[in-house]
Design a protein around this ligand. Structure first.
Ligand SMILES: [Zn+2]
Ligand SMILES: [Zn+2]
Length: 344
């Protein structure tokens, strides 16, 4: 079968290769891949800035149809359309696994970097990590369940957004835009999306197309003054940090209200961040850090997307065959793509 493979350690070393078709082991199903989203993780593996075990097939945001079963499969059958939690190799016995946090088990090695992923014609996958998708759900919708489930975990399950909340989002990339949609679905009274001049042409424009009219380009408008004006001088109930930018992160505390919450989603790529610590203390804010997806967020996300409450598929800008991965990765880096799908 065809597969997009990181062939060895180092910067680069990605190619489309012929790979052996996988055979399902006990408890595994074989899935014919319909689409696989490109995530920042895949780009980091390309640049050698994320751990990985080569040679490895890229991609963890995949969806497809079950075509075969290994021994001892109980819950799925050929023809089922599925999406998959990327929590493979979690040990099942450590403190985190036993407390329901397999997504941050130290043994976890996800598809796309730890084990072979979904940028291929087929993948074999443990059925305990699958979720069925409804008949009427499109492959586009299914392919964006994983990134959306991240935002649902972070904002709904962990930060506890409430109907009527005033939300500010920093960083209008795919995750920031998904965060805005989830905030709206959760009943936010207003969602302000803040970006840089580089975000104007595609990302902030897309935000407005999605109906978020309160976009702020920091080169044109002072975001702190604007948010205080919009909230009667109080500040936002929740600030969602999706930029990972060391310059933006300290501003979160100026945007949030006293006793408000800062939901941290973006990563800096190991850059240090200087923050006005005492300001956080005097504002008595809750800062909620996040990583990966909780089991419970998946079916919630599938329903939100399928019902149209979160039209997550609207962040898709590219659908390309595996062979065009180079252009797709370039476009992502140059802010010319939001979410890209590779179709094997
Ligand atoms: Zn991802
Ligand atoms: Zn574990």
């Amino acid at each position: 079968m065809k597969a997009l493979v990181k062939t060895q350690k180092g910067v680069g070393f990605i190619e489309v290769r012929e790979a052996p078709e996988p055979v399902p082991g006990p408890g595994e199903v074989k899935i014919k891949i319909a689409a696989c989203g490109v995530c920042g993780t895949d780009v980091h593996v390309w640049h050698d800035t994320f751990p990985y075990w080569p040679p490895v097939i890229l991609g963890h945001e995949f969806t497809g149809t079950v075509v075969d079963l290994g021994h001892d499969c109980k819950y799925y059958k050929p023809g089922d359309r599925v999406v998959a939690e990327p929590h493979t190799k979690a040990c099942g016995v450590c403190h985190l696994c036993r407390t329901g946090n397999i997504q941050i088990c130290p043994e976890k090695r996800s598809p796309g970097w730890g084990i072979d992923g979904g940028m291929a014609e087929y993948i074999c996958y443990p059925e305990r990590l699958l979720h069925r998708i409804p008949d009427g759900m499109s492959w586009d919708q299914a392919a964006v369940v994983e990134p959306t489930a991240n935002v649902v975990t972070d904002m709904i399950e962990r930060t506890g957004i409430l109907a009527g909340d005033f939300i500010v989002i920093l960083g209008p990339g795919p995750i920031g835009l998904l965060a805005a949609m989830v905030a709206r679905a959760a009943g936010a009274r207003d969602v302000v999306i803040i970006g840089t001049p580089g975000d104007e042409a595609l990302r902030l424009k897309k935000a407005r197309e999605l109906g978020f009219n309160k976009t702020i380009n920091i080169a044109q408008t002072d975001p702190i003054k604007a948010v205080l004006d919009m909230t009667g001088g109080i500040g936002a109930d929740i600030v969602v940090e999706c930029s990972g930018a060391p310059k933006a992160i300290p501003v979160t505390v100026d945007l949030v209200r006293k006793r408000g919450k800062i939901c941290v989603i973006g990563l800096t790529g190991n850059r240090n961040v200087e923050v006005p610590w005492d300001k956080f203390a005097f504002k008595v804010v809750d800062v909620i850090f996040n990583l990966s997806t909780c089991y419970t967020s998946w079916d919630r996300t599938i329903h939100l997307i399928h019902s149209g409450a979160v039209p997550a598929e609207k962040v898709i800008t590219h659908r390309e065959p595996l062979e065009n991965w180079g252009k797709v990765f370039d476009d992502i880096e140059n802010l010319k793509a939001l979410k890209a799908l590779l179709i094997p």
